[in-house]
Design a protein around this ligand. Structure first.
Ligand code: NAP
Length: 296
C-alpha cells in the first residue's frame, strides 16, 4: 500500500483498518464523462493516490478511470500498490439504461456482475474498497441490502476487495449494518453538510467504531456557510484558500475528504491542505459554523 512519505498521503488516527495505510485524500471522478481519463491521469500526476469511482455510467465513466490508472502505471507515475482504488455497486434506481448487470437477476447476482464489470473497466484483478452506493430505502435496511452486503462480504473473503464501505447512509442504517455484518464497513462515504455539524452523528458513530468517514460535497454543499465573514477572516488569518481550510478541517477531525476538482491548480492546492495546521479553536469554529447563535 502507499507509503507514508508519498505526497498527498497521510495516516489517519487508529481505525478498523489496523495498520493499513491509505491516502489522505480521494480524487473523485463523478461527472467527468470523456474527460475522466485525462483528469484522473492529471490527478495521479499531481500526487493523488486515491481514486473514487462507481459502476454507474449515469454519473461516472469507470473505464476512463481504468485507462488512466493503467497508463499512469505504464508511464512510471505510480505503482499499482500505491493507488487506492475504490468503486461502488449501485442499485438500478440510481442507474440509467446503461446497467452493468441483468436487471432481472437477484441482488447477489447483480453485485457479482457489477463487480466483474468494474474489474474489467478498471483493468485490475482486485480493488481496495468496494462500496454500496446507498441502501435501497431511506429508512432501515431491506432484505436486498442484506443480500447485497453478504455478497460484498464474499468478494472481500475471496480477496477481490480489501475493504467494504457504504455510502449515503443514515445513522440508523449504519447501526443496523454494524449489528448484522460479518465484515463491518471500513468506510462510510456521505455528503457532508455544515448545517448538520458536518454529519456529526454519523461521524461520531464512525469514530467510535473505527470506521473511516469519507466526506464529499464539502465545498459545494456549504456555499452559504463558507461565505460567512468570520470564516473568511479565518481564511485570511491563516493565509490559505477557503478550500484548503475546509479540507484541513476535514483532516483534523479525522475525515478522509474527496475532491473532484477539474483544475490542476486546485488539485495542488487541495493536496497542500495537508501541510498546515489549524488551531483547536479554529477547528471547533468551522465544525460549528452553522450553529453559532449569531452569524459572525
Ligand atoms: N457517494 C455518492 O453518492 C457521491 C455523490 C457525489 C459525489 N461523490 C464523490 O465525491 C467526489 C467529489 O464530488 P463533490 O460533490 O465533492 O464535488 P466536486 O466534483 O469535488 O466539485 C467541487 C467544485 O468546487 C470547485 N472548486 C473551487 N475551488 C476548488 C478547490 N480548491 N478544490 C476543489 N474544488 C474546488 C470545483 O471547481 P473546479 O473543477 O474548477 O476546481 C467544483 O466545481 C465525486 O467526484 C465523487 O467521486 C460521491
Amino acid at each position: 500500500m502507499p507509503r507514508r512519505s508519498e505526497p498527498g498521503l497521510r495516516t489517519l488516527p487508529p481505525t478498523a483498518l489496523g495498520d493499513s495505510e491509505f491516502p489522505g485524500f480521494l480524487y473523485g471522478t463523478a461527472w467527468k464523462e470523456q474527460e475522466t481519463e485525462r483528469l484522473t491521469r492529471l490527478a495521479l500526476e499531481a500526487g493523488f493516490r486515491g481514486v473514487d469511482t462507481a459502476n454507474q455510467r449515469r454519473h461516472y465513466f469507470e473505464a476512463g478511470v481504468g485507462a488512466a490508472v493503467k497508463k499512469a502505471i505504464a508511464g512510471g507515475v505510480v505503482r499499482r500498490d500505491e493507488v487506492f482504488l475504490q468503486t461502488k455497486f449501485t442499485y438500478s434506481g440510481g442507474q440509467d439504461h446503461r446497467l452493468p448487470y441483468d436487471p432481472n437477476a437477484d441482488p447477489a447476482r447483480q453485485v457479482r456482475q457489477s463487480f466483474a464489470s468494474s474489474l474489467e473497466h478498471l483493468q485490475v484483478d482486485s480493488i481496495d474498497s468496494y462500496v454500496l452506493h446507498g441502501p435501497s430505502s431511506r429508512r432501515g435496511l431491506t432484505a436486498s441490502d442484506r443480500e447485497v452486503w453478504r455478497t460484498m462480504e464474499e468478494l472481500q473473503a475471496a480477496g477481490r476487495t480489501r475493504f467494504l464501505g457504504i455510502s449515503n447512509v443514515a445513522l440508523d442504517q449504519l447501526e443496523e449494518l454494524w449489528a448484522h455484518a460479518i465484515v463491518p464497513p471500513a468506510f462510510v462515504q456521505n455528503r457532508c453538510f455544515a448545517s448538520l455539524g458536518w454529519d456529526r452523528a454519523v461521524r461520531a458513530f464512525c469514530g467510535a467504531k473505527g470506521i473511516v468517514y469519507q466526506g464529499f460535497s464539502l465545498l459545494t454543499a456549504n456555499g452559504r456557510e463558507l461565505q460567512r465573514p468570520a470564516f473568511l477572516r479565518l481564511v485570511a488569518r491563516v493565509g490559505k484558500t477557503p478550500a484548503q481550510v475546509v479540507f484541513r478541517f476535514a483532516h483534523q477531525v479525522g475525515m478522509l475528504p474527496l475532491t473532484g476538482t477539474t483544475d490542476v491548480e486546485h488539485m495542488r492546492e487541495d493536496l497542500e491542505a495537508n501541510r498546515f495546521e489549524l488551531s483547536e479553536e479554529d477547528v471547533r469554529f468551522v465544525e460549528t459554523i452553522a450553529t453559532v447563535a449569531t452569524p459572525r
